[in-house]
Ligand binder design. Structure first.
Ligand code: OSB
Ligand code: MG
Length: 374
């Protein structure tokens, strides 16, 4: 049984070690909403809202999520008796469109609480089977190909199992050509366009086939499956969808239509862990591999990603880099680490998310706080 008594929403301000540029914008700082839920027995769970500051990735932002949690999400969850966290999403879904990241932040905190209370890891609560996960890195757009080559080289030397390179028109073919040339045919590379192309760019996109990429992520518009179908027919490189997959139905559509061959699962984007598990299962049934995306999360969101990535059909390395890739100091203890072979341990022997929130540090970094309770 799960009954939440209070929800504390905090916005923490963190500075990235280096600015992160994607085709639709650059971030150097992160404003991160954290959710702390407490149940009627005093048990606690943590979640992170993966919204950005601007609506350039999805329509949601930090501020719309804050409003949605206060106005619509919290009132549906507080005080209500659920058999378990899997019952939360359906309640949040009823006559309540969109706001997936706001819904997910609270839903995920409840999963964490439930796992902690049962004394099992979040990984095992979700059906995870791995003790360690293979880790990739996502590199932002760089000022020139030479700079990118050095970043990719350093990432491969550090042990990352997959290097994702952000691309956009004007920073694509010569950049990827330089990297492939310098790192050789075996380097595990992929590209992510964050919707930057249209079918008018077919010539450029077809040239990407020459680079032996593991996949190209979200080349076309986020609401567009049909043009991805057309593009996948024209390209050898598997298309992976990120922004387009907002629900289990969209994943089914992708598979049925042939709009892509791989799915990037981000729990925030799809409304939480229940929806993520459904997408995982659908893809597994169809032989479609999935991997865990990232949204430059703090150690809290990362914990959820690590747990999710421990499920069996997460067969490709995720954007689940260790804390040191993003922050001088993370907000959890211990921090997330990766060995020289690009492996991250899943904390299966610790209850819940397996790390503790550094509350003093969180208080220091908090710029806004709101408590909701029954
Ligand atoms: O498209 O995967 C993306 C970050 C912000 C917005 C969109 C994306 C990303 C990343 C970051 O690629 C991956 C990470 O968290 O390391
Ligand atoms: Mg992406």
């Amino acid at each position: 049984m799960l009954q939440i008594r209070s929800i504390v929403l905090r916005e923490v301000a963190l500075t990235l070690k280096e600015p992160f540029q994607i085709s639709s914008g650059t971030q150097s700082h992160r404003r991160i909403p954290l959710v702390q839920v407490t149940d009627v027995d005093g048990a606690v769970g943590w979640g992170e809202c993966t919204t950005g500051e601007f609506p350039n990735y999805s329509p949601e932002t930090i501020d719309t999520a804050w409003l949605a949690i206060r106005q619509w999400v919290a009132p549906r969850v507080l005080g209500r008796v659920f058999a378990g966290p899997e019952e939360i999403f359906p309640v949040l879904d009823e006559d309540f469109r969109g706001h997936n990241m706001a819904k997910a932040a609270v839903e995920m905190a409840c999963w964490e609480l439930a796992a902690r209370k049962e004394g099992i890891s979040l990984s095992r609560k979700l059906g995870g089977t791995r003790d360690a996960i293979a880790v990739g890195i996502s590199l932002g757009i760089q000022k020139d190909p030479a700079t990118l080559v050095e970043k990719v080289r350093a990432a491969v030397e550090r042990g990352y199992r997959k290097v994702k390179i952000k691309i956009k028109p004007g920073a694509d073919v010569p950049y990827l050509a330089a990297v492939r040339e310098a790192l050789g045919p075996e380097a595990p590379l992929m590209a992510d366009a964050n919707n930057a192309y249209t079918l008018d760019d077919l010539d450029v996109l077809r040239q990407l086939d020459a680079f032996g990429l593991i996949m190209i992520e979200q080349p076309l518009d986020w609401e567009d499956l049909l043009r991805h179908v057309q593009l996948q027919k024209e390209m050898k490189t598997p298309i992976c969808l990120d922004e387009s997959i907002t629900s289990p139905d969209r994943a089914e559509d992708m598979i049925a239509l042939g709009a892509g061959r791989i799915v990037n699962i981000k729990a925030g984007r799809v409304g939480g862990l229940r929806q993520s598990l459904k997408i995982h299962d659908i893809c597994q049934r169809h032989g479609v591999p999935v991997w865990c995306g990232g949204m430059l999360e703090s150690g809290v969101g990362r914990a959820h990603n690590v747990a999710l990535a421990s499920l069996p059909n997460f067969t490709l390395p995720g954007d689940t880099s260790p804390s040191e890739r993003y922050w001088e100091k993370d907000i959890v203890l211990p921090e997330w680490t990766m060995d020289r072979e690009g492996r991250m341990q899943v904390p299966v022997d610790r209850p819940g998310m397996g790390v503790e929130v550094d509350l003093n540090r969180v208080e220091d970094l908090t710029v806004r706080r709101e408590e909701m309770g029954v």
